[in-house]
Write a protein that binds this ligand. Structure first.
Ligand SMILES: [Zn+2]
Length: 383
């Protein structure tokens, strides 16, 4: 059977490595960074007559393409992040797409090159017949998997532009996701005073202080269940990495740990920061402090008056033979960043999050094709 256009494109995109280099730079240069993929998308948009701009530093580029049909039509921004997670431990060739059993396998097949492939195939179809029915801003953004630097650059580039609503492609099993938690990562530094381990009373053991802080935060985390969202569950806090000490015979004078805090949409990040800082002060005085605090992804909430993209999405889903199913996600996305910027956003895409980031990542072909039919209908395809 001949391949559908969306699957042809997906196969090509998987073969372009775009691994997020992360913060520690351990990813080999040959596969690190999004620029090869950004350039490929820009070239594809260019062939469709869409002006595309590349943004960001040389190895970490994002791409923005715009189709303006009229000043009165609404403007939708569709963002599909370009980066994938690392490929360590994969049991398949990450960049050699494989088609079998109704699936496409490879790194990024599910998260989220399937979303971009579905969108690009839909654009080809719609533009072959004429113009879209709405203004479209196509975004491929770098760095979603770590710090969302790409979407921030895109928003700066688009500053002042009217954007009515946005859709971020992520594996949602073709459900519309309007809500998810936010993600904060923070590093806490702990101080003490070193001395000979034979006279520990002369020092201040930073490892003991660190342990007290971690236990206090764990107790605090247990209390977070009192504020449980019916759909999203409770906010959470976990301490996930720690280090302290130099040797078995030296009382340690310093340590640090990293924590992960998931925010409910109503939680104010600054208030959560102050709450944790106060708790650390209570337990350790000046010996513990938050060294850095990163709101990696703001939470996503459905606008109180309804989502401006809801009717268009419902129509497009129906055209693609799909039911309208609203859902929440357990993970953070760039939709949270867009929403925090004042653009009502939702998340939608083919594939399941259960297949994302896995050792044999795959996506169901049928879901990619349905997502492409959804995008075609959203952009104005009528048959
Ligand atoms: Zn993703």
């Amino acid at each position: 059977m001949p391949l559908s256009r969306s699957i042809e494109i997906l196969r090509d995109l998987i073969a372009i490595p775009s691994v997020n280099p992360g913060r520690d730079g351990r990813v080999p240069a040959a596969i690190a960074g999004e620029s090869r993929y950004a350039a490929d998308v820009a070239a594809r948009l260019g062939r469709l007559g869409i002006d595309a701009t590349l943004l960001g530093p040389p190895h970490r580029q994002s791409v923005v393409g715009e189709i303006h049909v009229s000043d009165t039509a609404d403007t939708v921004l569709i963002a599909s992040h370009l980066d994938t997670v690392a490929v360590d431990g994969m049991v398949i060739d990450p960049f050699e797409p494989r088609l079998a059993d109704g699936r496409v396998s490879g790194r990024g097949s599910c998260d989220t090159k399937a979303g971009m492939a579905a969108l690009l195939a839909a654009l080809e179809r719609v533009l072959a017949r004429g113009k879209p029915t709405r203004n479209v801003i196509v975004v491929g953004e770098a760095d979603e998997e770590v710090a969302s630097a790409g979407v921030a650059q895109v928003l700066t580039h688009l500053a002042g532009r009217r954007i009515d609503w946005a859709l971020a492609t992520e594996p949602t099993d073709l459900r519309l996701v309007g809500r998810h938690k936010g993600v904060v990562h923070a590093r806490v530094g702990v101080r003490g005073r070193a001395c000979h381990a034979s006279i520990p009373g002369e020092g201040r053991n930073a490892l003991v202080t660190l342990a007290r802080c971690v236990l206090a935060l764990d107790a605090h985390a247990a209390g977070l269940v009192q504020d449980t969202d019916p759909e999203l569950g409770p906010a959470t806090l976990s301490v996930d990495l720690a280090a302290a000490g130099h040797a078995e015979n030296i009382v340690p004078d310093s340590g640090w740990f990293l924590l992960d805090r998931r925010l409910l949409p109503h939680e104010e990040p600054a208030r959560v920061h102050n709450e944790i800082a106060a708790l650390l002060r209570q337990v350790a005085g000046d010996d513990a402090a938050i060294e850095w605090w990163r709101l990696e992804k703001p939470a996503l909430e459905r606008p109180s008056g309804g989502h401006p993209g809801e009717a268009a999405c419902a129509q497009a889903l129906a055209a693609a033979g799909l039911p309208v199913r609203w859902d929440v996600a357990s993970f953070g996305t760039d939709a949270g960043v867009l929403a925090a910027h004042g653009i009502p956003a939702l998340v939608f895409g083919p594939g399941s999050i259960a297949q994302a980031h896995t050792a044999d990542e795959w996506v169901a072909i049928d879901q990619v094709e349905r997502a492409s039919a959804f995008f075609a209908a959203l952009l104005g395809q009528t048959d």
